[in-house]
Design a protein around this ligand. Sequence first.
Ligand SMILES: *Cc1c(COP(=O)(O)O)cnc(C)c1O
Length: 342
Amino acid sequence: MAATDIVDRVLRPFPRASAAHTPTPLEPLPRLGAELGLELYVKRDDCTGLAFGGNKVRQLEFYLGAALAERADTILITSAVQSNFVRAAAAMARRFGMACHIQLEERVPDVGEVYRQNGNVLLDRLLGATLHGYPEGEDEAGADAAVMALAGELRSRGHRPYVIPLAAGHPPLGALGYVLAARELAGQLAAIEPLDEIVVASGSALTHTGLLYGLRALGLDIPVRGICVRRDAAAQAARVAKRVDDLGELTGRRVTVGEADIRMFDGTLAPGYGRLNDATTDAIARTARREGLFLDPVYTGKAMAGLIELARTGGLAGGRVLFWHTGGQPALFGYADQLTRI
Ligand SMILES: *Cc1c(COP(=O)(O)O)cnc(C)c1O
């Protein structure tokens, strides 16, 4: 069986609500690359099209596919206040004729009015999503339980809610979008082979997991480096390992991913999720000034800061590196008053 058929076979049982503009471009970053001593490329998943794009559009195709199959009329989701996931979920809901309830968690301390009103929050409001608050930021089970309770209320009023859960206990449907993206990349690789390493932000880990699983299922052994944006390297590696297992269970096709194949870097995570540091601000400004390309403050800015740090310390697997841009630029406007040292 041809390798690409494996992806078809794995994904066949899962309904997909097609919305992403794909394939996304794969482009060189010659000026930034030269500065770092690399042959650097970018996979432009900030260009997935729907509602400012980003990685969540690929993930949501499978959640919305399931929701439509259940004839749901309302999408429910929980995440951080400046979450790209909830903004994209609200847009996907509208795109397929549904309402959306969003629960915004207090994950980031000491934020001001700009963070609470601008960026993704402004877009959530324009999309007409119903916003709810959640006072904790590190309580995934509690946040999910609150959303489930909200779903119960909607059900009792005659609605048909579909919940996109947060915690790692649920089937990783969103990772299927990145199994598909792995095949998409495989089709583009001829232009840049041999590729030494892929660098990608690793948060819920569904992007990292789907890519790793998809590439290995296709017989491609390119190292994938996850840059930690939420948890330290040990905790995130455990999460990726668990999600790869969960994905094997979901699809009925296990892919063996050894411990050494789960590559993490957490050197640019501090002081924590959604909080800027100098390396991240510098990476955002540098990428804009060298390449005319915008990164975001929570994910891709930290991921590029990590790539720069790894390049500087000889920590990359080689000189031909692909940076996977996962989007998130609307959050720049939610961080406008924190991006002052540029
Ligand atoms: C959510 C997000 C990520 C992290 O992706 P996960 O699949 O949650 O690991 C990276 N970049 C951006 C811009 C995001 O919104």
